[in-house]
Design a protein around this ligand. Sequence first.
Ligand SMILES: [Zn+2]
Ligand SMILES: [Zn+2]
Length: 169
Amino acid sequence: MLPGCGFARLLGVSRLRPFRVRYWLLLSRICKGGVMEKTLRGRCLCGAVEYQVPDALEYAGYCHCSECRRFSGSAFSAFGGIAEGNLRVVKGERHITSYRKSEDSLMCFCSVCGSSLFSRKLKTGMVHLRLGTLVDTPSMQPQAHLFTGSKASWYQIEDGLPRFDTLPS
Ligand SMILES: [Zn+2]
Ligand SMILES: [Zn+2]
């Protein structure tokens, strides 16, 4: 497990809870200190759907699993996790269509242009934003490559980030 990286939320386990408590304490201190949390804006290709989240991703990574590759039509999906309550769809909610990929995952995309926007993780209450739909730069950048066991054979990972065959254990 990456120390305190927040991937515990991705896994739906609470082993890193003490870290999370410290994290939120730190965050609330920063806010009380008058430094306003930045807002990240996101939108689909055609602009029918726009959303906003606080710049407080709990984890971020590159997922190379075959499902992310198919849904994104690319070598991998860059995603960032944030608690569902933090996501605000500010435009075009009616244009969001979802596909129930599994018990746990609802894949949400723009029904006009097909952009993959985010997935809702029903068990953990998290939303996985597709980082490519962000207009602004998140403070937290992807921290690891996940599901590299199913990576596209034609894509070579060339950065030094940690790699996991499936999920961090
Ligand atoms: Zn669209
Ligand atoms: Zn994936």
